[in-house]
Design a protein around this ligand. Structure first.
Ligand SMILES: Nc1ncnc2c1ncn2[C@@H]1O[C@H](COP(=O)(O)OP(=O)(O)OP(=O)(O)O)[C@@H](O)[C@H]1O
Ligand SMILES: [Mg+2]
Length: 236
């Protein structure tokens, strides 16, 4: 279980997260949504240890991890897929997936992760993770990588960004499958109604604060009616 207690974060003299209190229960599928600039990515970075809060506490299974760095948090079971994926020059897709899995993966096993995210594995497995990959390809490779980690808490920051509509439907299946197989908590930042629809819990972050927390039945009806300053993409 992940707990945030009165977490605040400022940058450039601006309070970006204000007294965030949040509990992510074990094995829950949680979706964070809310307007652009509301603080969602910052919140994910604070959880992953990329940004350090000015005040407040972060607890993982009751243990205070507030002062832990990125590596220690990653080793203790937190994975993070960035809104804008990181490139690793000189590292191949197979290297990265193998590294993420923490064991000696066969090429076939590494390829399975790529196939799950809709990439033709043989075309990608030996490619370097550099600027030659398209935005959507990078995004999918990153999703495959965090899937291979199988940690108790996986954070995805707008995984749908740059993924074409045809593949998006499959991506939903990938998340659902991952959730049932890993038996960990999944926290996805998303604006997509289809992702919101598969959530056990929805958290609305607006103006650096938790504006609402609840089940989809509780949160969704209000969400589409209220002008939060952001656009939600209803299915055609
Ligand atoms: N290091 C920083 N220095 C200054 N301002 C920052 C910093 N990090 C974030 N911000 C600001 O904090 C606010 C929240 O940013 P954040 O990226 O968390 O928003 P978001 O909810 O993820 O938005 P989006 O939906 O567009 O991805 C924004 O106004 C952003 O410009
Ligand atoms: Mg963001």
């Amino acid at each position: 279980m992940l707990e945030l207690k009165n977490v605040s974060f400022s940058a450039d003299g601006r309070e970006i997260l204000k007294n965030i209190n949040l509990v992510i229960e074990n094995e829950k599928f949680v979706v964070i949504t809310g307007p652009n600039g509301g603080g969602k990515s910052t919140l994910a970075k604070v959880i992953a240890g990329i940004q350090k809060p000015d005040s407040g506490q972060i607890l993982l299974d009751g243990q205070d991890i507030t002062d832990w760095g990125i590596t220690k948090r990653a080793n203790s079971g937190i994975s993070f897929a960035f809104q804008q994926p990181v490139r690793f020059k000189g590292v191949t897709v197979k290297d990265l997936i193998t590294l993420a899995s923490g064991k000696n993966l066969s090429t076939v096993a590494a390829c399975e992760y790529l196939s799950e995210v809709g990439l033709c594995a043989k075309d990608y497995i030996d490619r370097e993770i550099n600027g030659s990959l398209s935005g959507g390809e990078l995004k999918r490779i990153e999703i495959a990588t965090v899937m291979a980690r199988k940690t108790k808490l996986t954070l995805f920051d707008e995984p749908e960004a740059g993924i074409d509509l045809w593949s998006f439907k499959n991506l939903i299946n990938v998340f659902e499958k991952m959730h049932s197989e890993i038996k960990g908590s999944i926290l996805i930042i998303s604006h997509q109604e289809r992702i919101l629809n598969i959530a056990d819990q929805i958290v609305v972050i607006s103006g650096g604060q938790v504006a609402q927390v609840g089940t989809k039945e509780e949160v969704l009806p209000g969400l589409f009616g209220v002008d939060l300053g952001c656009k939600y993409f209803k299915e055609a």
